[in-house]
Write a protein that binds this ligand. Structure first.
Ligand code: CA
Length: 230
């Protein structure tokens, strides 16, 4: 697939990973620039803003979280963070600070490319006012606030509908518990993780063919949920 020469900035101190990423992304038609630390990354990003940033959270000079926050003061295109395994709290913090997605090391390039495409598609879709959204055998009629599964209306409560709509609008992206609670229940709801479990279980029963092996509402262990893009 040709990537139309989108410019990607990789901020990563580990040379083998940087080399691997540069080779893989160049091969896909992306134009790649590299920074080996946070300061250099910030400098390159502001000198020539890329279409997407891949940011390692473990950098030698600056904390990756600080790089992320400083970028997000002005940079609006997608940022995908790379993090080590078992760093759930780091991932959550990054997502809540404006990262679009994360990839856990070690990762396959296919997975990263898919996340990049989703993030860039999302950032280009802003402003498109759809009245219906169809995903698989589900259809949302946004004006009537109705949901259909296999063309049969599904009864959702108003809060379930709100939660579903939030997930669908960000399809393909991982959404943290905190983000979802805040979107649906407001600032008071952000401590109530159990609300989400209850609502997701109920929505899966209504929307999924096999609620025990969901196809749409996917669990991101310890982090949140992702609504499958396709
Ligand atoms: Ca690193």
């Amino acid at each position: 697939m040709e990537a139309n020469g989108h410019r990607i900035l990789i901020i990563e101190d580990e040379q083998p990973i940087r080399r691997f990423l540069k080779a893989s992304l160049s091969n896909e038609g992306y134009r790649v620039s590299e920074a080996t630390g946070g300061e250099e990354g910030l400098r390159l990003a502001s000198a020539q803003p890329p279409d997407l940033v891949i940011l390692d959270l473990g950098l030698p000079d600056l904390d990756g979280q600080d790089v992320l926050m400083r970028l997000r003061e002005w940079y609006t295109s997608p940022i995908i963070v790379l993090s080590a395994r078992d760093q759930e709290s780091q991932k959550i913090k990054a997502l809540d600070s404006g990262a679009d997605d994360f990839v856990t090391k070690p990762f396959g390039v296919g997975e990263l490319l898919a996340r990049m495409r989703t993030a860039m598609r999302h950032s280009h879709r802003v402003g498109a006012e759809a009245t219906t959204i169809a995903i698989g055998n589900l259809r949302l009629d946004l004006t009537a606030r109705l949901v259909y599964r296999n063309d049969k209306e599904v009864h959702l409560t108003p809060l379930e509908y709100k939660l579903l709509l939030t997930m669908v609008k960000h399809a393909g992206r991982v959404l943290t518990h905190k983000f979802l609670l805040q979107e649906v229940w407001g600032p008071q709801g952000t401590q109530e993780n159990h609300y989400l479990r209850v609502f997701v279980a109920s929505m899966r029963r209504k929307l999924e063919d096999d609620p025990a092996r969901p196809r749409y509402i996917l669990t991101e262990q310890g982090v949140g949920y992702r609504f499958a893009a396709e």
